[in-house]
Write a protein that binds this ligand. Structure first.
Ligand SMILES: [Zn+2]
Length: 306
């Protein structure tokens, strides 16, 4: 523990003693910075919140209730996560102002718990409406014009949050674009010594489908070539497919996050991931909304492959 943290711990401890002596009930969860686990990340994706909080899709999924459950679980974590990432498709269908107003209300527990929260955007989002409704969540000094990107520097890894929202009429695909790729290359080069985890909403897609379309990331080849050259990059994390999955490729891990909103196949996990960085990898504990789901509580430990 460094001096800064140990000073905080000491102050917290002394304050706890004083408050206990005074008979004041403590809320240790939110009391002290020392309660934060610098290696813990809550990974959420595809929340699909509608303006109407009672909106149900696929007959059974009430997305706002799902997000409330996940929010409650994350806010109750002890120790607290160093970062909470929501990896795109925040809004129901096309990023209406009312969708983001609902999101703003649902985020209140995160704000009250002062958890560090950040978002990427997906194909069902609208950048302008997101920025209008949630200005506090827009990265400051955004380095790529027209995109929302940021780097989160954690103790054991740097997270690079990308923006793959690039509306292509009639397709659910996404694109990073040359300017963002150029920025990412320089941001990675400036942080070559620590493991890097790259996150964007869209899954990778190396070639168009039979109709020449992309439902995943249209500039996958350009991105992947650049990541492959940089040995510090250990993993690419996406949402979009609503399927929890990991696979290795070129000595990197590709990690697909489960959706919080709903699944497309009933056996797929709906929930979030409680991630923990290690010196040589990451452990992903699956948190299903349905505690009876066979994968709920299981941990997948990934070791960095280079
Ligand atoms: Zn989605």
């Amino acid at each position: 523990m460094n001096n800064h943290l140990s000073n905080i711990s000491r102050r917290c401890f002394i304050r706890s003693l004083a408050l206990s002596a005074a008979g004041v009930a403590l809320r240790p969860r939110h009391a002290c910075a020392a309660d934060v686990d610098p290696d813990r990340i809550a990974l959420v994706s595809d929340t699909h919140i509608a303006a109407d909080l009672d909106k149900i899709v696929r007959q059974i999924w009430k997305m706002a209730d799902n997000f409330k459950s996940v929010t409650g679980e994350i806010c109750a974590l002890e120790p607290r996560p160093a970062a909470v990432v929501v990896n795109g498709d925040i809004a129901l269908q096309d990023g209406q102002p009312g969708d983001y107003r609902s999101v703003a209300g649902l985020l209140e527990p995160f704000r009250a718990a002062k958890l560090p929260l950040c978002f990427t955007l997906g194909n069902h989002d609208n950048r302008e409406e997101f920025c209008k409704a949630l200005p506090a969540l827009v990265p400051k000094d955004n380095p790529v014009e027209g995109k929302l990107v940021r780097v989160i520097e954690l103790k054991r890894a740097n997270l690079f949050l990308l923006d793959s929202l690039d509306p292509m009429p009639g397709t659910p695909g996404g694109k990073l674009g040359e300017a963002q790729l150029k920025w990412l290359a320089s941001a990675l080069d400036a942080r070559a010594k620590k493991p890097a985890i790259v996150l964007a909403h869209h899954n990778l897609q190396w070639a168009p489908d039979a109709k020449g379309r992309y439902s995943g990331l249209a500039d996958t080849a350009a991105l992947w070539g650049m990541l492959r050259e940089r040995k510090q990059v250990k993993a690419y994390v996406h949402g979009h497919s609503h399927v929890w999955k990991t696979e290795p490729r070129d000595e990197m891990h590709i990690i697909g996050l489960p959706a919080t909103a709903y699944n497309f196949k009933k056996e797929e996990l709906v929930g979030w991931m409680d991630a923990k960085l290690k010196d040589d990898g990451i452990a992903l504990t699956q948190r299903a909304l349905d505690p009876a789901h066979p994968k709920h509580g299981q941990t997948t430990a990934l070791t960095w492959l280079r």
